[in-house]
Design a binder for this molecule. Structure first.
Ligand code: ADP
Ligand code: MG
Length: 344
């Protein structure tokens, strides 16, 4: 955790603040402070070109958000809503719910915050994995429908129909990343990189002005399939490889199609979304994974405020048009071809 200030930058600072009433301008240190936090069931790494105290500030913000959003912590707001059928939410949870419900609507329910009891029935929240009985799934699915989540924005109150439970797990890390980036921006930081368990979010560019280079994980094994160059954007992947179990030779993973209640079989094995909002990228990576390549391509053409890298189970990488200059295959990539989706 070494920090050093470049003499040249210091000199510039002295010159610009000379003779003016304004306070000192922020200086970008040449060495970052780095830190690791374990929260939200994952490892989070920070690289911040700024004051060391920002690490502690980021960490306490993350723990505060986790305490409100956790689906398993008995003291959380979400736990209270799930167990009482209704409850009041703080400004953070209200903000997240608002944006997340909008994404559920925009994706036609491919993202559905009320899928939680189904996810639990497959054992993904407990680790007690297994294929649920057909009748049990049908009964649970009958209560999955995000449109029935009653969110009263004025009162900051949420009411659920009987037997419905919600989980913000598909979007919580993206929202958290957005919150940490605002905290850093407000502190004057212009360059930082967060990795929240595979959700990468960049603030600005590297201090030398060049873009951050982010690896896209190989869903079929170790290493990376490619590298993306980004500035001020989130790069968020949903992959079947992240959490799964195998039973009788079948692989079952943690992304569930709300239409069937079963792990998705859309032909995709990973979806990476690149865009300005962590929450949007996090929600869309899950939703487009559910949709499959064809519907996802259509969604991208209609929506247009993000880019994507899709990997299909038959070994094809497809990128959206806006990435053609920013995506390159990694040396170790098992793939040697990339297809491009164009806006028609
Ligand atoms: P990860 O959390 O592993 O990075 P995602 O962001 O894709 O992956 O979120 C997956 C989590 O979201 C699952 O573990 C599950 O709790 C929940 N989930 C699964 N399918 C859906 C869905 N269709 N809509 C909303 N949430 C889902
Ligand atoms: Mg997600």
């Amino acid at each position: 955790m070494k920090r050093a200030f470049a003499p040249l930058l210091l000199l510039t600072l002295l010159l610009t603040s000379c003779g003016s009433q304004a306070g000192p301008e922020p200086v970008t240190p040449t060495e970052p402070v780095t830190g690791t936090v374990f929260a939200m069931d994952t490892v989070m790494d920070f690289t911040i070109y700024g004051e060391e105290t920002l690490l502690a500030a980021a960490e306490s913000r993350i723990h505060a958000l986790e305490a409100k959003l956790s689906v398993t912590e008995e003291s959380s707001e979400i736990y209270a809503i799930n167990h009482n059928g209704s409850g009041h939410v703080s400004a953070d949870t209200a903000d997240l719910l608002d944006q997340a419900l909008a994404l559920c609507g925009q994706t036609g329910g491919a993202l559905d915050l009320s899928i939680y009891p189904v996810v639990r029935a497959w054992g993904f929240t407990t680790g007690d994995y297994g294929v649920p009985e057909t009748e049990e799934l049908a009964e649970l699915l009958a209560h999955v429908d995000y449109t029935k989540i009653d969110f009263d924005r004025k009162q900051s109150a949420v009411t659920l129909p009987p037997d419905m439970e919600i989980d913000l797990g598909s979007v919580a890390k993206g929202y958290t990343g957005d919150q940490i980036l605002s905290l850093l921006r407000e502190a004057g930081v212009t360059s930082a990189l967060l990795n929240l368990g595979g959700n990468v979010q960049a603030l600005g560019s590297k201090p030398d002005g060049s873009p951050w280079r982010i690896g896209v994980q190989n869903p079929l094994g170790d290493g990376y399939i490619g590298v993306l160059e980004v500035t001020d954007q989130a790069v968020i992947t949903s992959g079947g490889y992240e959490r799964y179990f195998v039973e009788d030779g079948e692989t079952y993973w943690h992304i569930i199609d709300p239409a069937t209640g079963a792990p998705t079989h859309s032909g995709l094995i990973s979806v990476t979304i690149i865009g300005g909002s962590g929450l949007m990228c996090d929600g869309l990576s899950t939703a487009l994974f559910v949709m499959g390549l064809e519907d996802a391509a259509q969604f991208w053409r209609e929506t247009g405020n993000f880019e994507a890298v899709f990997v299909t189970e038959d070994g094809q990488i497809t990128i959206t048009e806006g990435l053609t200059d920013r995506f390159s295959l990694a040396d170790e990539s098992p793939f040697d071809e990339v297809a491009v989706l164009y806006q028609e």
